[in-house]
Design a protein. Structure first.
Length: 178
């Protein structure tokens, strides 16, 4: 394996492991210091930390107690993203970072579903300015990563030597041959 490819793999693994570590460490800190305590305001009227009951569903408690659905969908998504992430030799750095965020966040919540009592995910970040589900660091990384992936596919993918989705070069070649 050449050095560039090894560096690419190590960078990807580092991003994923860093996201998982941040997620799991934050959850352990919340359980240690906020469980069964009042919410702590971080920015008054905007965001607070509040350790809630483990979430066995998804946002707003939808599909509560259907853990097998999340386990199945999460496993397929994590494996699919990982295959793309590690098998495609060179990717734009925006794709690399955003996919790493999604994979790491997915793994972070998967760890909770596998190893926490009742398969619940620990949520603790509460938005105080609007009615929104309480979420965690993994959820944040998945959301930010998904938005970054959207930006990548809309604005950068077609400009790559080997686009994954949109290939404007093929359209140009076809028009030029007519």
């Amino acid at each position: 394996m050449n050095k560039k490819k090894l560096l690419w793999y190590l960078t990807g693994a580092f991003i994923i492991l860093a996201v998982v570590a941040l997620d799991q460490i934050s959850k352990e800190l919340v359980l240690a210091y906020l469980k069964d305590k009042e919410a702590v305001s971080i920015i008054p009227g905007v965001v607070s930390l509040d350790c809630v009951e483990p979430n066995t569903g998804m946002a707003w408690g939808m599909l509560k107690d259907h853990r097998w659905i999340f386990m199945s969908v999460s496993t397929v998504a994590i494996l699919s993203f990982s295959a793309i992430y590690f098998w495609i030799k060179e990717q734009h750095i925006l794709f690399r970072i955003s996919a790493g965020f999604v994979i790491g966040g997915g793994i972070g919540n998967m760890i909770d579903r596998l190893f926490r009592p009742n398969g619940g995910v620990i949520d603790f970040i509460r938005t105080d300015f609007m009615d929104f589900p309480v979420f965690n660091v993994a959820d944040s990384f998945v959301t930010v990563g998904a938005v970054m992936l959207l930006v990548y596919f809309l604005f950068f993918d077609s400009k790559q030597a080997k686009p994954m989705l949109f290939d404007d070069k093929k359209k140009t070649e076809v028009k030029g041959d007519e």
